[in-house]
Ligand binder design. Structure first.
Ligand code: AHR
Length: 667
């Protein structure tokens, strides 16, 4: 049906298009072109919108260690339950003691609300685990219940999950179970069983700590790892670079709550909880319960980079708390700066050091004796002003001195231009950083006006990392509608044409929980059971999966296809892919009409043969304001069709308001 609508639209506009001369896109196939970095398209990951805890990190229990600032956040305690703080994990000392209530009909237990509820899928397997001990020698039994709105489900699960705590010493217990039905909005309830009330006094108790529930079917089967559907969607973007852990969370609301990577490695039980900077936003969406468990920590980030085939790009705090929220008194003093520099140097050792080094040893003990082969390090997020540069410069010197092979990513601040931006770029050049991170969350006009942004950037000096960008519609239309993604596609032709300047680009933010978002648009949306790819996701995917190895010069009706002049509303770029042996041309048609276009490959060697048909993958829809939703996740999705070639030219009509990727095989 969708294809039919699109076809009818294309036919209707084809009639209109007949009258127009084809737009001639000429590619200089004889040119060497600009090599395109493997890191060109990638992922910006931040724990915003519940992207990590409650999202990619598949843990279903919130505040599993009772160590949020309010230790019982997310929990309901009932019966005779005591919160204690002399637990087995030094950096997460809280746990609960469940005592027999002394009354036959009063049970003691705890109940966790999860992240916007706990959801289970019928037939899927889950692993419950807990650190526990008995207070005396006698074994005790707890029951594990998932309670939801359907009492029959509650009973079935509850009865199947008794767990005997057998030792007065702390140890971890595990039990797996299969969900008998789908639960959308459940809670995890643990109850101390009271089989024979007469035999038990209130001195009978069990202690419970680090209470955890994961699906067993995680991404690549890693035990207590990542949510499979989300991780696979990210992998399918074929990212070349993976930036983590953010964003503003690197800086923290205060320095104390900045992301401290050293707290995110080692056994998960001992990673201290940290209040997430996104527990509130400037627009006053409040999520006081938003913390980082650090279960998805730097080790996991490095492993994930490796699994998805992306270069890791960790970013560290430069000693400045979020400058939007703090004045200069909140930042680290120059005397304290060395600690921050040491954290950065230690991170490189953690990633690349031999297992005989202190931090290399930590990595090896976590299961990865081989180095992660880290090549890039970001220092600071959206910083600005002299207070940044005085701190940044010693970082650069220290990293250069000890690890000259590491490429340093500096920043141009939060805006795409202006005084701060110019000042920072000047400083980044002076300090000879390797890449500069640019951010632009901007409206439609920005994206069309900036398709030629990099055409005139200097060809020497630092390269560009377009580290955070997304088209935010004017008039408050900040959602993932088709038109925003089309403008991103048009803008990205400029990134590709300037592959000698732009070496990395990452849309932001990446993931968002429909019930817990602070920022939109985002690339992938999810709830506790489902996920959907936005239209912008498909644009990113079309670029990344058709990256090519070198970008080639392209003209539109004889003039360089720079885009700014809005030549017929067409934006285009072309690449050769030496590995896949094909030419790839990307065309965004922003016009309201279908356009006849002719793609011509000039300068081909005489013996080069092209396939008789090209592939066209097109992203188009009937309504520019349409968006994918969890209920209708493929309202907008690309599809592929064949287009005949005439020798070295391809003549076709491209639908109004569409983005197309033409792939012409070399035979
Ligand atoms: O992507 C959301 C936020 O936007 C990032 O945390 C920050 O770097 C920027 O302001």
């Amino acid at each position: 049906m969708k294809h039919l609508t699109t076809l009818l639209l294309a036919l209707a506009s084809l009639c209109a298009a007949q009258a127009t001369e084809p737009a001639r896109l000429t590619i200089d196939a004889a040119a060497d072109g600009h090599p395109i970095a493997k890191t060109m398209y990638g992922l910006f990951f931040e724990d915003i919108n519940f992207a990590a805890d409650g999202g990619l990190y598949a843990e279903l229990v919130k505040n599993r260690s009772f160590d949020f600032d309010h230790p019982t956040t997310g929990w309901r305690l009932f019966g005779n339950v005591e919160l204690r703080e002399d637990g087995p994990f030094e950096r997460n000392p809280h746990y609960v003691r469940l005592r027999y209530s002394g009354h036959r009909d009063i049970y003691s237990g705890v109940e966790n609300e999860g992240f916007f509820g706990i959801a289970l899928k019928e037939g899927a397997e889950y692993r419950f685990s807990v650190w526990a001990r008995t207070l005396g020698e006698e074994p005790q039994q707890i029951s594990i219940n998932i309670v939801g709105d359907d009492p029959s489900v509650e009973n079935t699960v509850a009865k199947s999950l008794p767990l005997r705590i057998t030792s007065p010493k702390w140890q971890q217990y595990e039990v797996t179970f299969t969900a008998p039905a789908t639960i959308r909005d459940g809670r995890l309830r643990l109850i101390l069983e009271q089989p024979d009330p007469k035999r038990y006094s209130t001195s009978t108790a069990v202690d419970l700590e680090h209470i955890s529930l994961f699906p067993t079917d995680t991404y690549r089967g890693v035990k207590n790892g990542l949510r499979k559907d989300l991780a696979e969607a990210l992998e399918a973007l074929r990212p070349g670079i993976f930036r983590f852990p953010g964003g503003c969370i690197i800086e923290g609301t205060t320095l104390e709550t900045r992301y401290q990577w050293k707290n995110s490695v080692g056994p998960v039980e001992n990673r201290p909880a940290n209040q997430n900077r996104w527990h509130y936003t400037f627009r006053h969406r409040l999520f006081p319960d938003y913390y980082q468990s650090y279960g998805l920590g730097f080790y996991e980030f490095f492993c994930f980079s490796e699994q998805i085939g992306a270069e890791p790009l960790p970013v560290v705090s430069c000693g400045l708390a979020c400058q939007f929220q703090n004045d200069s008194t909140a930042h680290c003093s120059m005397e304290e700066l060395q600690t921050y520099i040491d954290d950065a140097l230690d991170l490189i050792e953690f990633a690349n050091g031999d297992p005989s080094t202190p931090w290399g040893k930590v990595r090896a003990e976590m299961g990865h004796p081989e180095p992660f082969n880290l090549k890039y390090l970001g220092i600071g997020n959206e910083q600005w002003g002299e207070e940044f540069i005085v701190r940044f410069e010693p970082f650069v010197q220290a990293v250069r001195a000890k690890y000259p092979e590491i490429q340093i990513v500096g920043t141009s601040g939060p805006s795409a231009g202006g005084e701060r931006f110019d000042y920072l770029w000047k400083e980044m050049r002076r300090l000879e950083v390797d890449l500069v991170d640019e951010h632009y969350y901007a409206n439609e006009a920005f994206f069309t006006n900036n398709a030629d942004r990099y055409d005139n950037y200097p060809r020497t000096g630092p390269k560009v990392f377009a580290g955070e960008y997304a088209c935010h519609g004017a008039n408050g239309k900040k959602f993932n509608h088709f038109n925003a993604s089309l403008l991103e596609a048009a803008f990205m032709t400029g990134l590709e044409r300037n592959a000698d300047v732009v070496r990395m680009a990452t849309f932001a933010p990446l993931l968002a929980h429909v019930e817990g978002w602070q920022w939109r648009p985002d690339l992938v949306w999810f709830d506790n059971l489902r996920m959907m790819r936005s239209s912008s996701y498909y644009v990113q995917q079309l670029y990344a999966t058709n990256r090519g190895t070198a970008s080639l010069p392209i003209t539109l009706d004889g003039a360089p296809a720079a885009g700014k002049e809005l030549q017929r509303g067409l934006y285009a770029s072309a690449v050769i892919d030496e590995e896949q042996r094909c030419y790839i041309v990307k065309v965004a048609n922003l016009a309201e009409e279908a356009q006849p276009i002719e793609i011509v490959l000039e300068g081909l060697k005489r013996n080069t043969k092209l396939a008789a048909v090209a592939e066209r993958t097109i992203l188009v829809t009937d309504d520019p304001m349409a968006e994918n939703t969890l209920d209708n996740p493929t309202r907008i999705a690309p599809y592929t069709e064949l287009v005949p070639m005439t020798g070295r030219a391809l003549n076709t009509v491209q639908a109004a308001r569409s983005f197309a990727v033409y792939k012409i095989a070399i035979q």
